[in-house]
Design a protein around this ligand. Sequence first.
Ligand code: SAH
Length: 227
Amino acid sequence: MSLAARKIRLIMQLRQAGVADTAVLRAIEQTPREHFVPEAFADQAYEATTLPIGHGQTLSAPDVVARMTQALRPDTRAKVLEVGSGSGYQAAVLARLSRRVYTVERDRTLLAGAQQRWQDLGLHNITAQAGDGWRGWPGQAPFARIIVTAAAAEIPARLVDQLAEGGVLVVPVGARNQVQELLRITRDATGATHEASLGPVRFVPLIQDDPGGQPGRAAGPSGPSLA
Ligand code: SAH
């Protein structure tokens, strides 16, 4: 079966699995997932599976990316923060659904690869920086949408602080090597936050680079921007 046929099959599977947001489905259809995985895995790009992206990291299965993207309630006027750029795939999907995507990645090699892919695809509304995502991106806050694509040991307080009024934060929370809970945290017009569980997920850990400190106090985006 050709990649194009596999992609159509995947979109049908996502629909059947309850992904109803047609803008999200279209963004997934327009984003070549095979471009974001090592060549040896390109033929599996549209299978319902997690794929390795190097440096011990993984790209979530398409249904998880779709569910998380839909849960974020994408808005073409929104400024989005992603934590954990990885291969750059999730940011590429969000770039088609948002005004601008800011993304933070601690691994500079992975980030350089992601930036090359966005450039190859002509996606120019993504700004990336190497650093510790626990800190968010204070210089660009507040964000209307924040998505974390690694499992946080606890709700990242700094990210909640950087959420705009009416904003949505989607984050997997739980211990490493265990099933985590996908949470959606919203901030209403009065500034109060509300939490909802979106079910179990399994992610690689959101690393705390400063083991002695509070997660929120770890060193943040540092050094020259790669953007
Ligand atoms: N969204 C990615 C997949 C992310 S995998 C994609 O679409 O391909 C999780 C990523 O989070 C990894 O690349 C890992 O290096 C990164 N990461 C882990 N801890 C981090 C931290 N504290 N700050 C920034 N990035 C982090």
